[in-house]
Every structure is written in C-alpha cells, then in structure tokens.
Write a protein that binds this ligand. Sequence first.
Ligand SMILES: Nc1ncnc2c1ncn2[C@@H]1O[C@H](COP(=O)(O)OP(=O)(O)OP(=O)(O)O)[C@@H](O)[C@H]1O
Length: 611
Amino acid sequence: MTLPENAAADRTFQVDLRGLVDLLSHHLYSSPRVYLRELMQNAVDALTARYGAEPAAPAGAFGIRLYADGEVVRVEDDGVGLTEADVHTFLATIGRSSKRAERIAEQRADFIGQFGIGLLSCFLVADEIHVLSRSARTSDAPAVEWRGRGDGSYTVRTLPASARPRPGTTVTLTPRADAGEWTRPTEVHALARHFGSLLRHPVTFEDGTGGPGAPVNPEAAPWARTYPTPGARSRALAAYGEEVFGFTPLDTIELDLPAVGLKGIACVLPEAVPAGRRHGHRVHVKGMLLSEQAEEILPDWAFFVRCVVDAESLRPTASRESLYEDDTLAAVRDALAERLRAWIARAAASDPDLLGRFLQTHHLAVKSLAVHDDEILRMLLPWLPFETTDGHTTLDEFARTHRTVLVTGSVEEFRQVAAIASAAGLGVVNGGYTYDRELVHRLPEIRPEVSVADLDPATLTAHLDPVDRETELAAAAYLAQARDALAVFDCDVALRTFQPASAPALLVDSREARHERTRSQLAREQEGGLWGDILGALRQEAPRAQLILNQLNPLVRTAVAIDEPELARTSAEALYGQAALLSRRPLRPAESSLINRSFLDLLAHALRKDS
Ligand SMILES: Nc1ncnc2c1ncn2[C@@H]1O[C@H](COP(=O)(O)OP(=O)(O)OP(=O)(O)O)[C@@H](O)[C@H]1O
C-alpha cells in the first residue's frame, strides 16, 4: 500500500543553536562568566566517573588543570574521557547527558550536571568549542577530536592515541574579542578560585608565562581540616567567615548534617539588620560554588546569620544558580533552623556573655522569632529587653518587682502614663513596639506567678487617689469652667492627687477615643446629609479624653482658687496644652492654636499685672 501524497510523515525538530544560546545567556545564566564553572563542573563529574570506574585509584591521583594566556582558555582533566560514540551521543546532542543514563542510576546523585546543556554556555564567550578526549574505559582507546560551532555544525575526527597520551578531556576555547572581561588570565584565575576553592580534587591554574601551576584550592574547606585545639578551630572558622563575608562574626556556628553530607558555618551578623531582610547564603554543591545569594536554605526568621555550606545531595536547578525546592531542601532548612535554635539554647544556658551581646544586637529578630516559636519564647523571653517604667530592662528583672505587669497598647499611651504610673508604684511595659505587647502577654506561660494586664489610660486613673470632699467642693467652680473651656475637645476634667507633685496635669486619651471623637465631629458637621446619618448610626459611647489635674501641684492649687473667669479658662487651656505636649502625640490644629492663644493671653495677663 502506498501512502497518499499528503500523508503525515515523521520529521525531526530542528534546533536553532544561536537562538538557544541567546536564551541561555539572557534567561538562564546570570553572567557569561558561568562558562568556566560549567567547564570545571564537567571536569569534576568526569573525575567522579573515573573514580567510580577505578575505585582503587588513590585520592588526588587525578586532577584538573586550567590554562589561560589571553589567547585561549583551556580546561584539562584526567577524568573518564569520551569515546567517539560518546562524542556523538553526548557532546553533539543538546539535552543529552551521560549522567542521566539508566546504567548509572545509582551513581547519578554523585554528579553535579544532569541536563546536557552546560557545555553550550561556552558559546557565551567563544564561537567554537574544541574538545580533545581519550576514554579511560579501554587502554587502547584512540583520541577523539570534536569541534562544535555556534552555528550548530560540528566535526569529529579520531586521532592516534599519541595525540593525547593520557586518558581525560581537554576543552579549549578561543574567546571572542568582546569576551575579554571573562577570559583574561587574571580573571580566569579569579573565577576558578571563586567557583572552585572548595573542590575536593586538585585544581591548578597556569597563565602561560612558564611558571608552575598555581593551586586553585590549596587547602581543604576550613571545617574539613584538623586543628590542634577547639579554640584554634573556632578562630579559623571565624576567620574564614570574615574572608568570605567581609565582617567579623559575632559568633560562628558549625553546621553538620551527615544525612545530606552538608557541612559549613553560620556567621552571626555583628550588626542588627531590619527584620525581614533576607540574606543570601553561599551554597556549594560537591565543592562547586552554586550560589552566593541562596535564601532558601534557612527560614525567614534566621536573618541574623549568613551561612557558607557545602552539600552533597542538594539539587541545583539547570542554571546551577539556585536549588530545587524539594523535600530534601525542606528537610535541610528544618535541620539548619534546629541548629540555630540549639545554639541560642546553649548560649542561654551557659554563655550569658555571648547571649547578652547577641540580644543587644538582634533582639528584634529574636522577638519576631519568639512570637511563632514556643521553644525560643521559653528560652529567651525572660532575657529580652523591653522599655518599662523601670527603664530598659529584661522582663525577668521587671517581674521580680512587679507581680502584675501592665502593658500599654501604643508607644504614645506609654509616654502619657509612664511617669505617673511609676510614681504610683505601677509596673508598666511599653507594648507599642512590634511584637512587644504580644510577647509580654505570654510571660505568664513561663512565669506563672506573674499576671499581665492591658493598661489603658482609664485603668490608670482608677489608680490615682481622689481628693477629699472639701477640696473637691472648693474646686467645683473652677472645674466647671475648665470643662466648659475644653468641651470642644470632648475632654472631661477631674481633680486627683498623684506623684510626682511636679506634674500639674495628666491628659489621658487613647487613639481609639480620638478616632471616635473625629467621627462624631464629622457626623455633626454633616448633620441631615447622607454621611451624617451613616456616621451618626455608627456612634458609640464616645470615650472621652480626661484632663486630670494634680492637687499636689502648687500651680494647680493656685489655679483652682482663681475667681476671675477669663483667667480660669485660660489657665485650664494652658494646663491642657501643656499636658497634650507632654503626651508627645501629634497635636491637632485646634490644639496648637489653643496653646498659642493661651500662652499669649497669659503673657498679656502677666504684663498687665506688672504694669
Ligand atoms: N570534561 C568532560 N569529560 C567527559 N565528558 C564530558 C566532559 N564534558 C562534557 N562531557 C560529556 O558531555 C555531556 C554534556 O555536557 P554538558 O555540560 O552539556 O551537560 P551535563 O554536564 O551532562 O549536564 P548539565 O547541563 O547539567 O551541565 C556530559 O553529560 C558528558 O557526557
């Protein structure tokens, strides 16, 4: 049977290599410099495969040599090499990787690469990739030469074994003129150190001037070295943290998760950072630097540390610049968070000095952490600093003198009541800062003998002593005039005695009350209209402000005896203005003009009296 002329025939996709390289350079890789990382990573994987095939080979027997002289960049390895068939299958087929083949499934996790696209990154800096390889799998394997070009064409030649006496692979690039920035000898050396300083195979660099190859990774990772004493170890780790991050860590926490072959350090920042600001961590996978900005290895709350880690089993994404969000990563994040908690717990239990320095710098971070983390709360709440009527102190210290801890809802309310509450012997904590009120309320969970209550200004007035009946009666006329003068502010006036005697008046007013007054004022202005009705319907029992005059204060005693009505009004307004200023809340325009007016009236009165 013959097919009809227009029958569908199987065809093969064509790949426009230039378009693909353009895609990689603009959307996958952060900079053309990654070409060197990809070449080094292929060399590392080739060494891993060779050790897999020759397990008896001594460690350090095979290595990687880099070369850059300004004309060419070369990466040479003693790895497993490629046969001619491998070259066709793996080098010349985009998306095909020897590291995914079924027969090495159990070994797959040992490799860094797996996508079969890394080599293409060389086209970011060169138009041609030259590979000379000899397979280590058979002793008589010939050398194979492959030239791949950016236009998608390639050639393959077999050469006598003498063209490459030892097994392994050499990749040579002749950089384009515009790629000098990433291919100059000094830059190649710097990039090699940047990406490869923690690689476990010997890596050297030569710049073509004839000197011996300079080691790129002369020492093992600082956590993998042995030290004469634990002190020497922690000093070396701190020095490494400083070298990598450029700050002297407040402390260095060693990280070790054998299940995923992760080792490294967390450096505690010596300075506070705004809560929620996330820091990038340096993540190496099998020694190769993957990312300097990986955020995903620690939870949000851990913003007081920056880490350097090297892990065996974290999976890089295709760009190799971040990590796959998989179960392993989630487990690593949890385990590292646990390590940080354990460090805090140890400091709390046995190193008060370190804990003090840590909290002084990072108390905000710890507070944000304690809100969601019961364990941290239990460990650290007693040590955290709060603003109180006894000054800045820890809750534990504060609760020793105040079995009932009162807490304000805002900074403003704390400012209004602090001096008077403390004179009245009340213990008040400023709950106005982020997390503070919530945390203070949880104090009884760890100190059951302490009780905590919200303090609003009205509660405070209840703690002030009333004056005796006679004094109240004598002041009644003045108080009535004062109430009348201050009615525009919806403010009541009362007479009490309280310490300190130097404070003439206290204005107790909550933000809620002020909002309610603004609402009812608007309702009055809009009376009859739609808005007036709506606002009127919302009317609640408006909490009024209260001006509490202090009978112990000499000025108030004189004021309540004034029999001149105008002066009585002005003095009440002035007392209100002064108390409003002391409360440090923003003044309304009417209050500012009241202060202004009463000041001028009093001045005029004083001058009249003198003349
Ligand atoms: N130095 C080398 N030695 C031996 N084989 C190599 C070497 N470089 C590349 N190859 C072969 O070429 C294939 C393709 O390499 P390429 O870098 O494009 O992808 P990959 O490393 O497999 O995966 P990834 O895209 O994740 O890097 C590799 O799978 C490997 O078989």
